[in-house]
Write a protein that binds this ligand. Structure first.
Ligand SMILES: Cc1cc2nc3c(=O)[nH]c(=O)nc-3n(C[C@H](O)[C@H](O)[C@H](O)COP(=O)(O)O)c2cc1C
Length: 396
């Protein structure tokens, strides 16, 4: 199979993994996901001490964009409130029933002893990898957990080293994007000797204010807090983080953030990820999306003549460069295909009020590009609703 890929020394049947989330909240849920075709999952983050995990509801609010529902999602969820003992039983059962599937246990703790105990116990139960959450933006920073670790290179290196020393299975550190320089944190993980990083956890945000009540959402008895933003809206942030790490640090990367389709996955592989995780898309559309993900990637690899998913890894990286290195000699110009034009004036208005006044409307309302004024900024190609109607061509 072309889809199989090694990540941190473990063979994954395909690059698609369920991210730590409500969709991996119990062993029974993961079994249902495996029955529908998923072959790997990161279990909802668990801890030795879970007595003070006190969840609040509602914990989810959505960002709609025009007619698109849930373009972005914010959660104020915490880690699992199930006991580590229950999770150990679930891991053992998953490995017994699905030996070829990869079970990753996500852990979080607030002391060296607890980090090491949690890691040893999930390894003992049969977990193939341990993922450490150093990255939840809202999850218990008052106890030195979550992003409090992942925002500090020294804490990251020290904590990652504790976990790496405790177990034989590979350890992956899940990073927060809520830092100035994610490569400094990835380098700290590299120094710890851990096998890989997972980027990204959610982006810290405030998803909205209800204009009727003037209260923030999700409102818990009228109050809210800053939460973790995820979904399609965060994909550019996640792609940038993965690319930056891949270019700066020699470490294996699992990419996560806004992956919905096999195309998104190809993009993450192309910027250096060897594994791709999904959370919000699965919460929205269900486990069934795995069928399209696997089929789509398989067809893509075949069509492009790639022998395996690993052949795509890092392909785009040489072409991501510094702004000052970009060619100043390249001069594109917009070209409109009149046969495809709907005469909706969108390119004309955008160019007039957000560009260079280079599109004119003829008497027949067909837009025409004034090549003298057009700088090739690309705005018209983005606003046109018809794919392929407006393109950029290199000037002769
Ligand atoms: C409701 C919810 C709960 C989450 N819980 C966890 C968690 O327990 N541990 C963790 O490492 N990440 C957790 N995440 C973060 C996701 O695993 C993922 O990193 C993030 O949502 C970005 O991916 P996405 O855009 O595919 O959702 C959670 C995300 C959501 C939306």
């Amino acid at each position: 199979m072309r889809l199989g890929i090694d990540f941190c020394g473990v063979r994954f049947p395909d690059p698609f993994t369920l991210a730590a989330s409500p969709s991996t909240g119990t062993g029974e849920m993961v079994e249902r996901a495996f029955d529908q075709g998923w072959t790997s999952a990161v279990l909802k983050t668990m801890a030795v001490e879970r007595e003070d995990v006190q969840l609040v509801y509602p914990m989810i609010a959505g960002l709609d964009h025009q007619d698109k529902r849930l373009f972005g999602m914010e959660n104020i969820d915490l880690i699992s409130d199930r006991s580590l003992k229950d999770w150990e039983a679930d891991i053992a059962r998953l490995k017994q029933r699905y030996p070829a599937s990869v079970v990753i246990a996500s852990i979080m703790a607030s002391s060296e002893a607890d980090w090491q105990e949690a890691a040893r116990r999930v390894e003992g139960a049969g977990a193939d990898l341990v993922e450490c959450s150093f990255s939840c933006p809202h999850g218990m920073p008052e106890r030195g957990m979550g992003a409090a670790i992942g925002q500090n290179p020294e804490l990251t290196e020290r904590t990652a080293t504790w976990v790496r020393e405790a177990v034989k299975v590979p350890v992956v550190i899940k990073l927060t994007p809520n830092v100035t320089d994610i490569t400094a944190i990835a380098m700290a993980v590299k120094r710890s000797g851990c096998a890989g990083v997972c980027a990204i956890n959610t982006v810290k945000g405030l998803i909205g204010i209800d204009p009727e009540t003037l209260r923030p959402i999700p409102a818990v008895a009228g109050y809210s807090t800053y939460g973790g933003y995820s979904g399609a809206a965060v994909k550019p942030v996640a792609l940038k983080c993965v690319a930056e790490i891949a270019k700066a640090v020699d470490i294996e990367i699992s990419g996560v953030g806004g992956v919905y389709t096999w195309r998104d996955a190809v993009e993450f592989l192309a910027v250096g990820a060897r594994n791709v995780q999904l959370c919000t898309a699965v919460m929205m559309w269900g486990y069934r999306i795995i069928e399209d993900l696997k089929e789509g990637l398989e067809f893509y690899l075949e069509r492009k003549g790639f022998g395996s998913a690993a052949d795509v890894v890092g392909r785009a990286l040489p072409y991501i460069t510094k702004h000052e290195s970009l060619s100043r000699a390249y001069k594109p110009v917009a070209e409109i295909d009149p046969a495809k034009c709907l005469k909706d004036d969108l390119c004309y208005i955008a160019c007039r009020d957000g560009g260079h006044q280079a599109i004119e409307l003829a008497d027949d309302r067909l837009p025409r590009v004034d090549a003298e004024k057009c700088v090739g900024c690309g705005l018209c190609t983005c606003v046109c609703p018809v794919k392929g109607c407006i393109g950029l061509k290199e000037r002769k």
